[in-house]
Design a protein around this ligand. Structure first.
Ligand SMILES: *Cc1c(COP(=O)(O)O)cnc(C)c1O
Length: 218
């Protein structure tokens, strides 16, 4: 099946209320355009440069989400290019986003990335440090925290992933109850090609799917 058929099949099977992010890393702008023409409304990019090239072709009729690891020296560009940054995991990066947004009068919707697999080499804030981080980010006027994002364990074991997603959903509910300023908990971004079904069972309302749309990456 081609990209358009894949998109249509996934969209048909996702429950109402679950947003689909097409994870487009390494794919060409033409591939992304094909996905968009088949119904994709949100494109997820891991690299600022790829997003810049893709945006020139695909344009702003879709939402662009940054889903990669954001380096401080890329924040200025990211703030210009993206409608949401899903991977905020430190006060340092949040402060830089806030500063750059302040310069252009933008308020950036972000998700806080949780390292729910407790894997030392992985991105994301550790679950036990998440509340403190979110309370600190809530002080920043040019950022609005709209939810949480997680990958889950890199081992890919289904039962571990389920536990990771459940833990992240618990955190999501806890943060929501705090009613912090500049925080509006709406999105729980969890699940990829091999895990989105488990993630939705555990409360995900945003899934990031790459290979099931675009085929395997080279
Ligand atoms: C690549 C990627 C995805 C999609 O992964 P697939 O297994 O290809 O569906 C989702 N989220 C992030 C952060 C990614 O980097």
């Amino acid at each position: 099946m081609g990209i358009a058929d894949n998109v249509k099949q996934i969209l048909a099977e996702l429950p109402a209320g679950v947003k689909l992010v097409a994870a487009a890393k390494t794919k060409t702008p033409q591939d992304i355009l094909e996905a968009v023409e088949a119904g994709i409304k949100i494109v997820g990019e891991n690299y600022v440069q790829e997003a810049e090239a893709a945006r020139q072709i695909v344009g702003s009729k879709v939402e662009w989400h940054f889903i990669g690891h954001l380096q401080r020296n890329k924040v200025k560009k990211a703030v210009e290019l993206f409608d949401m940054i899903e991977t905020v995991d430190s006060l340092e990066i949040a402060t830089e986003i806030d500063k750059r947004c302040g310069q252009t009068g933008k308020v950036m919707p972000v998700l806080v990335e949780i390292n729910s697999g407790w894997e030392a080499q992985k991105a994301g804030v550790m679950p036990e440090d998440a509340l403190e981080l979110i309370k600190a980010i809530a002080e920043l006027k040019n950022i609005r925290v709209e939810g949480l994002m997680t990958m889950g364990t890199a081992t890919g074991e289904a039962e571990k992933l389920r536990a990771n997603f459940r833990e992240t959903k618990n955190l999501f509910d806890q943060v929501k109850q705090l009613h912090l300023p500049n925080v509006d908990m709406k999105y729980l971004s969890m699940g990829m090609t091999d895990s989105y079904k488990i993630a939705m069972e555990e409360g995900a309302n945003m899934v990031r799917i790459g290979s099931k749309i675009f085929g395997a990456r080279g």
